[in-house]
Design a protein. Structure first.
Length: 317
């Protein structure tokens, strides 16, 4: 993995990491299916307007829309709802840590469907170490006997598996698209899944108006954490393999945990940190990284660009 790819991954983590905090705030007042429906539908609308402004159009009905339908389901509709539902019962930091298992699912699925992914001893050890951390988090939850917490964790972990499937599938079937076309079509398909379900099941039009804070959190989910993040993601998809692409979920827990503890004052037990460490170590091994390579890339990143410079660089491209 070269420095440019690492820079892009950092940029994505700075956009997606805070999404767990925004989601935690939003689902306190807005049902999770409605949150997911608003998130994808408004993001799709914004991207469609940007696409039209640039004089581009979406593909005609054909095979590509089958691919958009699958990624819209696995990358947006399912995980956005599952993680939102789960965060009603677990902290944002714990949700991000569980989503950090995405590279483990990605690697396993890539072995079945991708020719450029090779399973070696290091990756196998990474899977074992990573899922050991997941098991630790679940075991202590089971011992505590809090059923809703376990269900929240299971829903979030299912979201991680869905992300893994999306990483592998999109890398194989949605490369080479013009800018903005991929994320726009994908989010439009996700909207077709979620908006009718939200209207029928949760009936948001009958609910009281949410607070200003909840609305702000929802807007932040839509703009930086969905619109801008998916534009960067589709560019990055052209440059790396599926497992490395999912490395952004290795960085997300770090951002989300810091924000959860600092902003939301979430209490995290020793087992959460230990489980997080095991998952992240597993992710590191799966992606073929070493601490020295990570340090070298990070040093060059902050020396040449800085976080703000990275985002400015990506938006101008």
């Amino acid at each position: 993995m070269n420095v440019r790819i690492f820079l892009h991954l950092i940029g994505l983590s700075l956009l997606w990491g805070p999404a767990f905090l925004y989601l935690n705030v939003a689902v306190r007042e807005i049902p999770p299916l409605t949150v997911a429906a608003v998130r994808v539908s408004q993001a799709a609308l914004i991207l469609l307007l940007l696409l039209k402004q640039q004089g581009r159009s979406l593909p005609h009905i054909g095979t590509s829309w089958k691919h958009f339908a699958f990624t819209g389901l696995t990358y947006n509709a399912l995980p956005f709802f599952l993680v939102g539902w789960g965060q009603q019962y677990i902290d944002s930091a714990l949700a991000a840590i569980l989503i950090g298992a995405t590279p483990l699912f990605t690697m396993l699925l890539a072995q079945l469907f991708r020719a450029d992914e090779n399973l070696n001893r290091q990756k196998l050890v990474g899977v074992v170490v990573g899922f050991s951390g997941v098991i630790l988090l679940f075991m202590l939850g089971l011992l505590a006997g809090v059923q809703l917490t376990i269900w929240g964790m299971m829903a979030t972990l299912a979201g991680a598996a869905s992300y893994g499937a999306a990483f592998v599938y999109s890398r194989q079937n949605l490369r080479g698209l013009p800018p903005l076309v991929g994320p726009t079509a994908q989010l439009m398909m996700a909207s077709l899944y979620l908006v009718p379900l939200a209207l029928v099941i949760e009936k948001p039009y009958t609910l009281p108006l949410p607070s200003t804070m909840a609305v702000i959190a929802l807007l932040l989910l839509v703009l930086p954490s969905t619109v801008l993040a998916f534009v960067i993601y589709y560019r990055l998809m052209e440059q790396t393999n599926a497992t490395t692409l999912s490395l952004v979920t290795y960085l997300n827990p770090i951002v989300a945990t810091v924000l959860g503890v600092w902003v939301l004052h979430e209490p995290l037990g020793w087992h959460v940190y230990l489980g997080c460490g095991s998952i992240l170590l597993g992710d590191t091994a799966v992606n073929g990284l070493s601490l020295s390579r990570l340090w070298q890339a990070a040093d060059e990143m902050f020396g040449r660009f800085g976080a703000a410079g990275l985002l400015h660089y990506e938006v101008k491209r």
